[in-house]
Design a protein around this ligand. Structure first.
Ligand SMILES: [Zn+2]
Length: 204
């Protein structure tokens, strides 16, 4: 079974991480991991603009290095930017030293003082998190769209995402080639659905 909605157990295990935003206002926080990537990230930026929406991009440092012109577009778009390590490391499988070094390397590559961090795969050891939390907020998610999974149908992703999103929800999408077939289907429809119901979309 695919866990679209972050449950109480997971949240309570990591209470210092941000899972959602406490608000009664109709606001949704879209987040995009793993970019910047030509065409995919450009599509996301254009789609957000179409709906007057803002979001947060958790960038991989190495992709920023490879695609500086796309990164520049993200920076100029008024959306928020976060650190997603330089090489998309899995914290559970990486020693603390190299992990934190990779986190700092990404920060340098981003070239701006973001205070947002999302651990790749949502996996980070407590010892690593303790260090990261000194300077950054660790942002997880409330709704996992599942756009990265080729086993899920785009229509199902859309349906579940709409079903589980509520005021203050943090939604996790990917601006990656892998997620493209599903993200490009679901994103405009999610924006359209909630815009029609009076929601706005903001960066963190
Ligand atoms: Zn990622």
């Amino acid at each position: 079974m695919f866990l679209f909605k972050t449950n109480f157990i997971l949240r309570s295990l990591y209470p210092r991480f941000r899972w959602r935003v406490r608000t009664r206002e109709k606001v949704i926080y879209l987040t995009f991991d793993d970019g910047p990537i030509p065409e995919v990230t450009e599509f996301v930026l254009a789609t957000l603009k179409e709906f007057g929406a803002r979001a947060t991009f958790f960038c991989i440092g190495d992709n920023v290095r490879k695609h500086p012109e796309i990164y520049e577009m993200v920076c100029r778009s008024g959306n928020s930017i976060g650190n997603h390590t330089f090489n998309h490391l899995n914290g559970w499988k990486t020693e603390d030293g190299p992990y934190l070094e990779n986190f700092r390397q990404c920060q340098t590559q981003l070239g701006l003082p973001t205070r947002l961090f999302r651990p790749p795969y949502g996996r980070i050891k407590r010892s690593q998190a303790r260090e990261v939390l000194q300077t950054h907020e660790v942002v997880m998610w409330d709704v996992l769209t599942g756009d990265f999974s080729p086993n899920l149908q785009p229509e199902m992703i859309l349906r579940k995402t709409i079903h589980y999103s509520e005021p203050g929800s943090i939604l996790l999408f990917h601006d990656s080639l892998k997620a493209w077939p599903r993200m490009s289907f679901a994103l405009p429809r999610v924006l359209s659905h909630f815009s029609e119901r009076g929601y706005r979309f903001e960066g963190l």
